[in-house]
Design a protein around this ligand. Sequence first.
Ligand SMILES: *[C@@H]1O[C@H](CO)[C@@H](O)[C@H](O)[C@H]1NC(C)=O
Ligand SMILES: *[C@@H]1O[C@H](CO)[C@@H](O)[C@H](O)[C@H]1NC(C)=O
Ligand SMILES: *[C@@H]1O[C@H](CO)[C@@H](O)[C@H](O)[C@H]1NC(C)=O
Ligand SMILES: *[C@@H]1O[C@H](CO)[C@@H](O)[C@H](O)[C@H]1NC(C)=O
Ligand SMILES: [Cu+2]
Length: 647
Amino acid sequence: MIIATQVSLGVSVILFSPISSALSLPVASPPGQPTHKGDAGTFEVIPDTIISAQQVFVGRSNRLYILDKVQNNPTQINGHPAWASEYRLGDNSQRPMEVVTNSFCAGGNSLGNGTWVSVGGNQAITTGGEPANTQDGSSGPYYDADGRRSIRMLNPCSGDECEWTISPSNMGQRWYPTVETLEDGSAIILGGCKFGGYVNDAAQSNPTFEFFPPAGHPITSNILLNTLPANLYPLTWLLPSGNLLVQAMWSTVLLNPKTHVEKALDDMPDAVRTYPASAGTVMMPLTPANNWTATVMFCGGSNIATEKWTNPDFVIISQPASTSCVKITPDVSPSYVQDDPLPVQRSMANFVLLPDGRILCINGAQTGTAGYGTNSWSIGQSYADTPVLTPVIYDPAIPAGRRWSSDGLSASTVPRMYHSTAILLPDGSVFVSGSNPNADYTSGPDVKYPTEYRTEKFYPSYFNQRRPQPRGLLAQLTYGGPAFDVLLDSDDLFGDAKNVVNTTVVVLRPGYSTHSMNMGQRMVVLDSTYTGYGNNTAFLHVSQMPPNPGIMAPGPAFLFVVVNGIPSIGIEVMVGSGVIEKQTILAVDSLPASSILQDDTTTNSGGSSGNGVPKPKSGAYPLGLGSQAEWFLVFLALGMASWAMYF
Ligand SMILES: *[C@@H]1O[C@H](CO)[C@@H](O)[C@H](O)[C@H]1NC(C)=O
Ligand SMILES: *[C@@H]1O[C@H](CO)[C@@H](O)[C@H](O)[C@H]1NC(C)=O
Ligand SMILES: *[C@@H]1O[C@H](CO)[C@@H](O)[C@H](O)[C@H]1NC(C)=O
Ligand SMILES: *[C@@H]1O[C@H](CO)[C@@H](O)[C@H](O)[C@H]1NC(C)=O
Ligand SMILES: [Cu+2]
């Protein structure tokens, strides 16, 4: 509870008592500590996956879901090889799951009601990836059904009871579609092709977008019409303006998902970023300091001329990947700006947002691209070679020129190229798995780039630190609405209340990782101020989500409190109403001014985190009194002119 009063002396006095669940939003149990140790900057090999991790997402905080393509995985389910599984994060145990349709190169994301979708894929296939005799799942040995029109759904659970279902609504045939969640928690599904191949072509392209839940016929998109051949998996982000940034081949547009109007932005410099050039891509953290303005970064990929993609004499595997990094802030400017190049050229880099605001670049190759085939120059069937084994981290807080660093990071032992994945886990480690540039399950001592089951966890620098265990975090957040208090004790603040100055509350959605993209991945820093006490405890006063679902679409995410760069374990949070609907926007509650009580007699007012939202006048605790009882005496003695209570 916060009691604020304007006393007749003209000084704003703010009193705090330990927070109760006065908010109507559900309060989460405080996070604990990681259940194991992991050396900073290293990879640990953990148990193999039972299928190859082509697509991965975190459901509830203790469960990962993995999807593969239909192939001859030794793990069986219902009399055929499995191509879906559940990975229990507590003990790394796994079970195969039945997903029925071929999820080969599907797209996916979470919806505003917490359901995850995996959409599209390939037709039903048999050995070697060849088309099956029937498309209805009746043909052995794989017994898979056509996945191209499929919308697979999973409602995550914390036990072992959840299963994939297939939506009765079919969509257009889409292999390599992108899925992005919109302001109401529904999804837009864009692009893809009907039959597959290294790149797209006019005869099989599906240059349209549509919505799920369904909302009418597919709509033709100019950018998808005009960007053949490398426009599969169009790179797409919902922006705070409500428009979508869509990038494919050399083109970039703002797409209004309501009017369907596309507005051209500048062409992409330096390299193709879309699949199969496959740059690392990420929306930078949206923070109070940048007023939650979206900037998207693209790094690496491959500078392949448009006509070369389909030239049979072009030796793809010899093509050096790009080091170029560019950024665009599409709601503000149509132009790309250069950022520090990658230290090592990469195709198929996977960008993972860490809760401390840094960006991990992991996986990928120095030469060639995504895709596979049986060309004379393929390695096995891989179109890429020279895997990049050492991650590199981008720190947006560092001035240009030295933002990328591999200091303190050691190399992986497992090449991760085409069909590899990387995703942030709630404990702040990164799950790294997959890689399979092969038409069917392939392994053996002579195979340089096999179907990979080997799996690793990468441990960022903070992993072994004692983690903050904040109290008062919410399990659901609204867009705008009442601020809430989070209590940090002396251990959480590393023994010094001043560390509350460098504390943030972060909402992070790890997304749906596949093909070097994490669809839906996004990080929002909530506005906050603080009151630190002489006994080295502190309250953080935390705003709800900014009042705009374009900043982060509704749906599941994880909430981290980061003290001096050390994140708590992420707790599950539902952003928005938990229903696919137009989200309610509430007034933004103003936050009290920040202050640190040095001891029982002096105060020190600090600034707020500065998002331009008006703050109450500074001067909390002007008399330096600590206890609530004393405050109430002062409060009564002075007599109040006006008061307000916030629950
Ligand atoms: C979420 O919405 C989808 C689309 O309408 C629906 O199929 C699914 O059952 C919903 N999930 C929940 C948990 O209500
Ligand atoms: C906050 O903590 C990070 C991580 O330790 C550190 O790099 C940064 O300099 C700190 N910022 C301030 C303002 O102290
Ligand atoms: C931040 O963005 C909002 C919404 O676009 C805008 O109304 C506001 O003026 C901006 N604030 C600042 C300080 O730029
Ligand atoms: C620290 O000081 C605050 C303000 O006086 C008080 O409310 C809180 O109970 C104290 N915490 C501990 C652990 O002593
Ligand atoms: Cu693929």
